[in-house]
Design a protein around this ligand. Structure first.
Ligand code: AG3
Length: 282
């Protein structure tokens, strides 16, 4: 049955297609200095966070994105102690990182209102934002990182689509600064958009990373509410070979050893697009 009473949320992924979600209840809607932030309730996906009308995360499927953004890099590092999260104001990435015995996590989010709204309306996602190992900096990460050299074991870029405020986060200057901010065995991972809708963006990200980092891997995961329901992640190192070096935390809902070994296997159309740049680690 069609429920015409409720406002419908639509996100266009192309001029011809997209996703719709019923807004059962709007909990938060505010224009920040950077973007429009909205959190609404949906009968299937639970609470949904959108930024400028794009789905960032939902209570039902956020575990796939956040686990897949964090765990492949964390388990691959020989001793992940100092971690940098770029973006990630909802706290989901920090929650996953803090499942490891890390010493210090820095979260650099440009928009403080995303953090405040998530603390208030997305408690299961933002649950770790008060952990004493976490330091939050409400700043532009592209500038913040310039003063940090040889400091981090893992850098995780949990950004919005690379248009508007997040554009600089796929820039070569930023990637160079990340290279310098990483310690010897350092790993960076960056969410890299949809193989179905953003294949050219994926190639651009790969090209820029490949110019700077000697090792580039890519992996994918199915995320129902993102464009195409299918998402890419790029992972780079300064030469470190990827292998399982940390124990996988208990209680995860998506990531496990088989996913770790299988996720880097790319479908042919994506593999061809990043040929000569991306290697499969296993
Ligand atoms: N960051 C990636 C979301 C991109 C979704 N894009 C879109 N809906 N067009 C999510 C941040 C969650 N911590």
């Amino acid at each position: 049955m069609v429920d015409r009473q409720k406002e419908e949320y639509r996100e266009y992924h192309s001029p011809h297609s997209g996703i719709f979600l019923k807004k059962d209840r709007i909990l938060f809607r505010e224009q920040s200095q950077y973007q429009e932030i909205e959190i609404f309730e949906n009968g299937f996906f639970g609470r949904v966070l959108t930024l400028d009308g794009l789905v960032m995360t939902t209570e039902r499927d956020e575990f796939i994105y956040h686990e897949m953004l964090v765990h492949p890099a964390m388990v691959s590092h020989p001793a992940p102690e100092r971690i940098l999260i770029v973006g990630g104001g909802d706290g989901g990435t920090a929650r996953e990182v803090l499942k490891y015995p890390v010493k210090e996590v820095h979260l650099v989010e440009i928009d403080g209102m995303v953090i405040e709204a998530s603390r208030r309306y997305l408690p299961t996602i933002s649950s770790a934002l008060d952990d004493e190992r976490l330091r939050i900096h409400v700043e532009d990460a592209t500038i913040w990182i310039e003063d940090h050299r040889d400091e981090f074991d893992v850098v995780i870029v949990d950004s919005t689509d690379p248009i508007g405020p997040a554009e600089g986060l796929i820039g070569e200057a930023f990637f160079e600064n990340v290279f310098r901010a990483l310690r010897k065995d350092g790993i960076m991972v960056i969410q890299s958009e949809s193989p179905h809708y953003h294949l050219d963006t994926i190639r651009t990200i790969a090209k820029r990373l490949f110019r700077i980092f000697p090792v580039l891997h890519m992996y994918t995961a199915p995320i129902p509410t993102y464009p195409g329901g299918y998402w890419a992640f790029s992972m780079v190192t300064k030469g470190l070979r990827i292998e399982e070096r940390q124990e996988i935390p208990g209680g995860l809902k998506y990531f496990n050893r088989s996913i770790y070994r299988g996720a880097f296997a790319l479908p042919q159309f994506l593999k061809e697009k990043v040929k000569g740049m991306v290697q499969e680690p296993f």
